[in-house]
Ligand binder design. Structure first.
Ligand code: OXD
Ligand code: MN
Length: 590
């Protein structure tokens, strides 16, 4: 006999397609209670109170940080788990060598066993959400079922969550299904499974953002990239920023950098004093959905409504907007605290930690006080430079796409691809040092095409073909660039000051988009001349600048051999045109 579902507080307009699924999940997971999230402030406060009661949250200093809370995660659950993340397609080649693959039938069997009865004694939260402005044709909805109040509260900050999303789902009749349980937080019983062919996700055993807030990486990148390929758009690991020049003209730039490589800082950049009149407007800091627009340009929306940013290093100099934004109404995860209960992290130039991220008395012998991947969750509207265009249903027109990685050697500060197809090769060639955003060794250079290695929901070979196809879909494609803020000298010191000074590079990029900006042609693309880069008030030696703007052929010959080896691993799925671009660069390099 079927187990009856427990008492359910249902909203008035409960779409049957969602209710039926909730019912099925409840029969499997057997929660004590079901809560349909309406997305209201009162509900958020209720979730906070509940977590203060259970000890899942600690209240921070109300005077200095009103509305701020600290969550300490399980110490084994602090980052994305790429080795436990799977794309489950009927044919293994559709997931590609860039993903871990499991047969969908086997994956379902494994996950069904894990989910069976797992919500006994817990509340099942139904979290309807919309990725993107609620009235945008480019937005897509999902429902996350979770047994974590922390996840429900974070989803409220990160997405357009609640009643309006549920109404849209009822109208459209479809949604991405995301099922999540923290399970026992046992690293040996932890899986993040994606079923792109049926637009669903099952995540078990982790409460960490990228594994558990299913709207973000799982839906808005892995599932959406698959949907985007089928529907003729792109879901990318890109921040989106409006750069306004002193004449009041704004260009929008999309930049794809791997995790923890400065997308949030670039999206909130503070112009240096020597560049008066420039303004920056944040559209998004992590994900961009890009669509060909009616005028032949590429338009972008940010599917998210909040930031889940890396905390360490944030201070009034590196990112004043973020620093101020997280002084109120913020959930911190895995930071340290001071004696008067203020949040503390490495790189904060004030205060002293007394308790580390694990809740132990701070002792430097135990490592950093805040976890290197400690995070803030905050609603985007708290950002003082949140773009008015971030809610525009049609998105913002993109002038330039910028790829970047964390490379200590030879990759120049900036260069421009010759054209769209060459730009796709530049994107496919991105490599970067690994960071604490995922479990595993930090600082190892790995290939991370388009910064999508952990997030592309299908075979990279097909993905590059999809990218190449946009040459025919756009009359005015964005210009494509590559940047590297992370070059170092032999003593490990950074050669480029970064942060606000990166605006000088954006200025050159914009000039190139407008058909200005002096450049020299090299085998890898166009590099700025030192004179073309605005250096008024810049504190960098001419010789260092020269080094940053030089292409070293021997290093690039080796680099392109590595790239070739990498893209060839995708066999017959690697598009011929990409190989042609690569051969062309190799020929130019001699
Ligand atoms: C993120 C990530 O959290 O890329 O944005 O890991
Ligand atoms: Mn990211």
């Amino acid at each position: 006999m079927a187990t009856p579902t427990p008492h359910t507080a249902v909203p008035q307009h409960q779409p049957k397609i969602v209710a039926d699924w909730v019912d099925t999940v409840a029969r499997l997971t057997r929660p004590d209670r079901i809560h349909w999230c309406d997305g209201s402030e009162e509900e958020y406060q209720g979730l906070i109170e509940l977590m203060l009661g259970t000890g899942d949250l600690v209240k921070l200093n109300e005077e200095t940080h009103p509305g701020c809370y600290l969550h300490r995660s399980d110490p084994t659950d602090v980052a994305r788990v790429e080795h436990l993340t799977f794309v489950c397609t009927h044919h293994t080649h559709d997931a590609g060598p860039n993903n871990n693959w499991m047969d969908p039938v086997d994956a379902k069997r494994l996950m069904t066993e894990l989910f069976e009865d797992c919500m006994k004694g817990r509340t099942l939260y139904v979290v309807p959400y919309c990725m993107g402005p609620i009235d945008s044709p480019y937005s897509r909805c999902g429902v996350e079922i979770t047994d974590s109040a922390y996840v429900a509260a974070n989803m409220k900050l990160m997405t357009r969550m609640g009643a309006a999303a549920l109404e849209r789902i009822a109208r459209e009749g479809n949604f991405v299904k995301g099922l999540h349980s923290t399970g026992e937080l046992d690293p040996d019983r932890r899986y993040i499974m994606h079923f792109p062919e049926e637009l669903s996700i099952m995540s078990y055993g982790s409460g960490y953002g990228g594994n558990a807030l299913l709207g973000k990486k799982c839906h808005a990148l892995r599932i959406a990239s698959w949907q985007a390929r089928d529907e003729g758009w792109m879901a990318e690991h890109m921040m989106l920023v409006g750069v306004e020049n002193p004449r009041g003209e704004t260009h929008y730039i999309a930049a794809a950098f791997p995790s923890a490589c400065g997308k949030t800082n670039l999206a909130m950049l503070i112009p240096p004093e020597s560049m008066p009149g420039w303004k920056i407007w944040t559209v998004g800091d992590d994900i961009g959905w890009l669509h060909p627009g009616p005028d032949g340009r590429l338009y972008a929306i940010n599917p998210e409504a909040g930031y889940f940013g890396v905390v360490p290093g944030t201070n009034a100099q590196t990112n004043r907007q973020a620093y101020e934004m997280i002084t109120h109404d913020t959930i911190f995860t895995n930071v340290a605290v001071t004696a008067d209960n203020q949040p503390w992290w490495e790189g904060l130039d004030e205060g002293t930690p007394v308790t580390d991220w694990r809740g132990r008395p701070y002792d430097p012998r135990n490592g950093p006080a805040a976890h290197p991947n400690s995070r803030f969750t905050v609603a985007a509207r708290q950002n003082p430079i949140y773009s008015k265009m971030a809610d525009a249903p049609g998105g913002v027109p993109i002038s330039a796409i910028v790829f970047g990685g964390r490379r200590r050697e030879f990759t120049p500060l900036v260069y421009q691809a010759r054209n769209w197809a060459h730009g796709v090769l530049v994107g496919a060639s991105v490599a970067s040092e690994t960071t604490a955003a995922a479990t595993g060794k930090v600082g190892i250079v790995r290939r991370d095409p388009m910064a999508m290695k952990p997030f592309c929901g299908y075979n990279f070979g097909d993905y590059w073909a999809h990218w190449l196809s946009f040459a025919g879909k756009l009359e005015q494609p964005p210009k494509i660039f590559h940047v590297n803020w992370f070059r170092r000298d032999s003593d490990g010191r950074f050669l480029w000051p970064g942060f606000g000074e990166n605006l000088r590079v954006l200025e050159w990029i914009i000039a190139r988009c407008e058909g200005r900006g002096e450049a020299v042609e090299t085998p890898i693309g166009y590099l700025p001349t030192a004179a073309a880069l605005n250096s008024a008030g810049l504190d960098v030696d001419a010789a260092i600048l020269e080094q940053l703007l030089t292409m070293v052929p021997e290093a690039w010959r080796k680099e392109m051999t590595d790239v070739e080896e990498y893209i060839d691993a995708f066999d017959e799925r690697t598009p011929h045109d990409l190989k042609v671009e690569l051969a062309d660069v190799r020929r130019r390099l001699g």
